[in-house]
Design a protein around this ligand. Structure first.
Ligand code: HEM
Length: 503
């Protein structure tokens, strides 16, 4: 209300954008689905790639071009690394997550710890657990290929559970998985700008959940409980394991966990607990990064869809794998530098359909100018990743899935390896190396062993797959579809069976 009655001194024009109504501004103009594509249309409509809209006194700046995102989020990072207030994050118990924290000491501490754990050089710690879970997913595809979405979900949730907590999920019925799945799906939906009226009119958060019509508040209460379970079950597990006295003094607690459970240790949380004693992290920061699962799930869902509709690309990729790996073993991380075409597929998946099309919003910490336009302090600043990765001047025929675009004329990979889907500046995804390893190994392992095709009906006719996606809060997922996933040969079937038996 203060912002509306006493607007700050404005010293220049806002970027172009839709004309707002009194008081509510553009509250009715913000798209509730396909927002990245709608914001790209705004660019054409208002003749500018930097745009402005507002709702109830909150200014929103949209950046559709990479130069603007690089200038503001990277070069002016001091001013653009904060997050807007997410009124629902608190209500659903997600405020512990560093992705939603303001740019302050608490975030700095979390960032320091997580960056250390997930830095590129530390990926070896996780290779073992990623490999194990990817092999289990291959086994799942072998026994029930029609349930590929289920196996994908298990993979996406069980890797962080094992890596972070040393918690070994065996089935999707595990109470922790049920809670994680529901909490993240519902939570991310609610927290996004179009997810609830509370995000636009924060005062509504004070309405009690039992009040007639307070559906978001009710949903938030439900999600909060699920979030608590999702965190608490594995946290209790780690704490109980760490509290056990060691019989042999020379074996550290994390090594002891490793010996006992043969899961990915040092797990993120057990290492976090260890660090807590030396640098003093607080209780709330103990579980920071579980919201990653849906991003990985979205990327792998896109991969399966793209392989079903692009058989020639699939064949080319399999030819590369066969020439490097042969057919007597499964691929491993050491093969990665030897397979440029698979690398190009990885880049193209995240270019073609970034899991979070408009990333996570940043917030401006002070008044600023860019390109002659005024950006007020406290503005929500959104990098439209989808628009940037579909910029025709950089990626001709942007809607086509073409891994070849990442090659130089001499057949070597080009240097366009900055994955915009991971965001920008100081808030860039802290788990990008981890995510890259998971997605790469999943892609290469599935391609090495299975053939993905469109499903056929009883007359043998191919069943078409729609190209529709559905938005889940900040994320976008491929809508459910049918396809056929069969072993490439009896040799590849045996390889998968052996890998699963040895896990
Ligand atoms: C395909 C997979 C993934 C994608 C596309 C993705 C994308 C993103 C994006 C767009 C952001 C916000 C960046 C910004 O504000 O500009 C982010 C933040 C973050 N991501 Fe990821 N992510 C993925 C996987 C992961 C994984 C596996 C982890 C696990 C460690 C992770 C942990 C985080 C954290 C902790 C943040 C918050 C960083 C901060 O606010 O300082 N992400 N991610």
């Amino acid at each position: 209300i203060k912002k509306l009655l006493l607007p700050g001194k404005q010293s220049g024009p806002y970027p172009p954008g839709p004309k707002g109504l009194p008081f509510i501004g553009n509250a009715l103009d913000f798209p509730t689905e396909n927002n990245a594509q709608e914001y790209a249309k705004w660019e054409k409509k208002y003749g500018s790639s930097i745009l402005h809209a507002s709702a109830f006194g909150t200014h929103v700046i949209l950046l559709n071009k990479r130069e603007a995102a690089d200038e503001l989020f990277e070069r002016r990072a001091q001013k653009y690394s904060d997050r807007p207030h997410f009124p629902l994050a608190n209500l659903i118990g997600l405020s512990y997550n560093m992705a939603f924290m303001g740019y302050g000491d608490k975030w700095r501490l979390c960032r320091k710890i997580t960056q250390q754990i997930f830095r590129q050089g530390a990926m070896e710690n996780f290779n073992w657990v990623i490999t194990r879970k990817v092999h289990q997913a291959l086994g799942g595809l072998l026994s029930s290929p029609d349930d590929f979405a289920y196996h994908n979900k298990m993979l996406a949730i069980s890797i962080p559970m094992a890596a972070m907590y040393g918690y070994d999920v065996k089935s999707a019925e595990d109470p922790c998985i049920v809670a994680a799945d529901k909490s993240l799906t519902l939570g991310l939906q609610l927290i996004a700008p179009g997810g609830s009226l509370i995000n636009i009119i924060p005062i509504l958060r004070f309405i009690p959940p039992w009040f007639p019509g307070a559906s978001s508040r009710k949903a938030a209460e439900h999600v909060k409980k699920l979030t608590r379970d999702m965190q608490q079950i594995p946290l209790d597990f780690v704490k109980s394991q760490m509290a056990r006295p060691s019989k042999r003094k020379s074996v550290s607690r994390t090594k002891r966990l490793y010996k006992m459970f043969r899961v990915a240790v040092p797990s993120f949380v057990s290492e976090f607990f260890e660090k807590k004693h030396t640098i003093g992290a607080s209780e709330e920061e103990e579980a920071a990064v579980l919201s990653i699962a849906p991003t990985v799930y979205a990327a792998i869902g896109t991969f399966i869809y793209l392989m079903a509709v692009n058989p020639d690309i699939q064949k080319k990729a399999q030819a590369e794998i066969d020439s490097v790996v042969g057919t007597k073993r499964l691929p491993n991380f050491e093969d990665r530098p030897l397979m440029p075409y698979i690398e190009a597929i990885y880049r193209e998946i995240l270019r073609w359909r970034p899991p979070g099309q408009v990333g996570i919003p940043h917030c401006s910490a002070e008044d600023d100018f860019y390109d002659g336009y005024f950006i007020p302090k406290g503005a929500t600043v959104i990098g439209n990743v989808w628009a940037m990765t579909h910029d025709e001047s950089i990626y001709p025929e942007p809607n086509a899935f073409k891994p070849e675009r990442f090659f130089n004329l001499d057949g070597t990979l080009n240097d366009d390896d900055r994955i915009l889907a991971y965001g920008f500046g100081r808030r860039v995804c802290v788990g990008k190396h981890f995510a890259s390893a998971i997605i790469w190994l999943t892609v290469v392992s599935i391609l090495a062993t299975f053939k993905i095709e469109k499903a056929r009906d009883e007359t043998g006719k191919e069943i078409g797959i729609s190209d529709e996606y559905v938005d889940f809060g900040f994320l976008t997922h491929k809508t459910p579809f049918k396809c056929s996933i069969l072993p490439r040969s009896t040799t590849s079937q045996h390889l998968v069976e052996q890998a699963c038996a040895s896990e």
